[in-house]
Design a protein around this ligand. Structure first.
Ligand SMILES: [Zn+2]
Ligand SMILES: [Zn+2]
Length: 359
């Protein structure tokens, strides 16, 4: 059947017809308008019954991209990635109240079932159809238990594969997650997290969440505990492990902050507020320094770490250290300590050249 949708807001309006097939279909319509009030009109043949899930209306939140370029509204309405890309909340089936007088033909009643899955990136619950793989909000992926990718279509496109960031390929993502994992092990994060739990009886995540008033520090959005992403505050890449000074962020802003120092990401007002919440002195938040204690530990036991780490972790770590301490070249330090370990590392580095773009 044909569904006609009209959206009007202020002086702007748009109308489009959608051909709907059997089962759940995805439709979308947006206009560029500053108005606070918008009207949606749906029209369909009287003989047909239409079930609605997740009908929603609101301001479109443009996806945040790596270099701050925003996609155009028309890009957002491409059928293969929309309506997910509008980033409207989708926690309930219907976020609107039905006006009984204006809409006598509409009943709120259980309709056909719909399967939902949480996007691992934006954390929204979005629909998928187990019988029509890839037809709703997730691309199909046969190797996964759900037969779908972990991230919704729009997060995959805008925030992960990001067209605006063509340098970041899947290989580089795998590579940087390997380096991150090896850094966390070296900095003894699993043990730190366990110690905090043993000492205080609560997990670090829930403690930080409470301390930050259950909100994303950056955007102030209310977060459920499973939406919280702990940010290291001071970057892991500069050898700062996770600890009780972590910052509570939403997925979007944790991704935006990434490996930046607080002073390169927050305004001075935000830094002052952050200092009170995370317990680090304001002057420490303003500094850009390596964790000297951990640096010393690397240097003391360098041949062992060189053998344990992937050569890319070694190269990335050496690069970060040289950035802050130009007097230290990790490879030369290694050569002084052990000729054998140095030869082994240079061979492995040649076999797998480290990526230039990686942090
Ligand atoms: Zn998503
Ligand atoms: Zn946020």
């Amino acid at each position: 059947m044909t569904l006609s949708v009209r959206l009007a807001a202020g002086k702007a309006s748009a109308e489009r017809e959608f051909e709907l097939g059997q089962g759940w279909n995805r439709i979308r319509l947006a206009v560029d308008a500053p108005a606070n009030v918008a009207t949606v009109r749906l029209r369909w043949p009287a003989a047909a019954t239409l079930g609605l899930w997740g009908i929603n209306l609101g301001r479109v939140n443009l996806p945040t991209t790596v270099n701050d370029t925003h996609p155009h509204l028309d890009d957002l309405q491409a059928p293969q990635i929309s309506p997910e890309t509008f980033y409207l909340p989708h926690d309930v089936a219907l976020a609107l109240d039905i006006d009984p007088e204006g809409s006598a033909r509409i009943v709120l009643a259980p309709g056909p079932n719909i399967a939902l899955k949480k996007c691992s990136y934006c954390q929204r619950l979005l629909p998928l159809d187990p019988d029509r793989l890839g037809s709703l909000s997730f691309h199909k992926h046969n190797a996964k238990a759900t037969n779908h990718q972990n991230e919704c279509r729009s997060c995959k496109k805008w925030r992960i594969n990001n067209n605006f960031n063509p340098k970041r390929t899947v290989d580089q993502l795998n590579e940087s997650s390997l380096i991150t994992r090896e850094r966390k092990v070296f900095l003894r994060e699993p043990q730190i997290l366990q110690d905090i739990k043993d000492r205080t009886g609560a997990g670090l995540k829930s403690q930080v969440w409470e301390r930050f008033g259950r909100k994303c520090f950056f955007c102030g959005r209310d977060l459920k505990l499973d939406e919280v992403q702990l940010d290291h505050t001071r970057p892991l890449a500069y050898l700062w492990p996770i600890d009780e000074h972590a910052t509570c962020l939403c997925a979007e802003h944790n991704n935006l902050k990434k490996e930046k120092f607080p002073v390169d990401f927050y305004t001075s007002e935000q830094l002052e507020r952050l200092s009170k919440l995370c317990g680090l002195a304001l002057e420490d938040l303003r500094k850009k320094t390596l964790n000297e204690k951990e640096l010393e530990r690397i240097i003391q036991d360098l041949p062992r770490f060189a053998r344990e780490w992937d050569p890319r972790t070694f190269a990335a770590t050496a690069r970060k250290i040289a950035e802050m301490r130009p007097d230290i070249d990790l490879l030369i330090v290694l050569r002084k300590q052990s000729r054998g370990a140095y030869r082994e590392m240079t061979t492995r580095l040649r076999e797998r050249p480290p990526s230039v773009t990686d942090v």
